[in-house]
Design a protein around this ligand. Structure first.
Ligand code: A2P
Length: 318
């Protein structure tokens, strides 16, 4: 369902993807959501080692495929990501293989570096937390991610992933990777919605043949600090939805697709999973109305700096 984007190595990626991060998800919730999503026509699932639910994504895919023999594994685009404490080359390989096992698939379609920082691990491969309660940063691999990227390239060459890419990278971080990359990143997955339109980073990605992928495209339901404003209650955005008889989520998804990147709405509710997959197209006037709301805004809702003890976007925190 929806447009298909072509990555810089020729691999095809459906522009509509389903986000599987479940904040306080109960057991079995992700499994059910994945089955509903595939039933609704999503053919792109966004996963991560960190989400701790890839076993449920895997079982959901298996259940759907067994009930729908006309759909094959290769009809579904699956993304996973390596977490911060697994950036050492041998851990990168371990992480992908661990994800593949849980997802019950011999390969993923995209394998991304989840965050542009590396941290230390414990002997049992859990995240090492310092006395301050924060991640212990691995400065060397954070400053020079080339060993991590080389490990990703090896896994790509071995066919364990059809493409490799980045997540939460700035233009500067991407430029650093491009300096040594033998295989160019195909994707940069970042937060994008009308309160964080990200036009300069999107332009940079496209100029380097990197496809932006939007997480939290619905604005995450969060409030802008200070004003309490929410994407979901914005008057102008809701006006566009009401005028057309659409949900606000449909408008936000359509805005992202018209800007040319992939979007990853997520929901655990069957009705909303299906409703969000009913794609609509914004006319120029409605597209501009959303652009107008987005103009000049910069409210980031996902920032892990308090957890990591490291600020990926220091210039925004001033
Ligand atoms: P729920 O799981 O109850 O549907 P984002 O992708 O921007 O992070 O937003 C995800 C949030 O948006 C989830 O909390 C999800 O809640 C909610 N959501 C998803 N689809 C819709 C929709 N069509 N209308 C309202 N809220 C939605």
């Amino acid at each position: 369902t929806g447009p298909i984007l072509t990555l810089n190595n020729g691999v095809k990626m459906p522009a509509l993807g389903f986000g599987t991060f479940a904040n306080e998800g109960s057991k079995g919730e992700t499994h059910k959501a994945v089955v509903h999503a595939l039933d609704a026509g999503y053919r792109h699932l966004d996963c991560a080692w960190f989400y701790q639910n890839e076993d449920e994504v895997g079982s959901g895919i298996r259940e759907f495929l067994s009930q729908n023999p006309s759909v094959k594994r290769e009809d579904i685009f699956i993304t996973t990501k390596v977490w911060n404490h697994l950036h050492e080359p041998e851990d990168v390989e371990w992480s992908l293989k661990n994800s593949l096992e849980k997802l019950q698939t011999p390969y993923v379609d995209a394998f991304l570096i989840h965050w542009p920082i590396a941290s230390e691990k414990n002997a049992d491969r859990t995240v090492k937390i310092g006395a301050d309660g924060k991640y212990v940063i691995n400065q060397s691999l954070t400053n020079d991610p080339s060993p991590t990227w080389s490990a990703m390239e090896k896994l790509y060459a071995a066919g364990l992933t059809k493409s490799i890419g980045l997540s939460n990278f700035t233009s500067a971080g991407i430029a650093q990777i491009l300096k040594f990359a033998k295989v160019k990143p195909a994707i940069n997955q970042i937060e994008i919605h009308p309160f964080l339109p990200q036009q300069p980073l999107i332009d940079y990605c496209f100029s380097q043949s990197i496809i932006p992928v939007a997480y939290s495209p619905l604005g995450s339901q969060d409030q802008v600090p200070g004003t309490g404003e929410k994407v979901s209650t914005n008057k102008e955005l809701n006006k566009v939805a009401e005028k057309n008889g659409w949900s606000l989520a449909q408008v936000l998804i359509a805005w992202g697709l018209k800007r040319g990147y992939a979007v990853l709405p997520k929901s655990s509710n069957e009705g909303r999973i299906k409703g969000n997959a009913k794609l609509v197209e914004l006319n120029e006037e409605d597209f501009e109305a959303v652009d107008k709301v987005a103009s000049g805004r910069w409210s980031r809702f996902v920032n892990m700096k308090d957890t990591f003890g490291y600020d990926v976007w220091p210039e925004e925190s001033k």
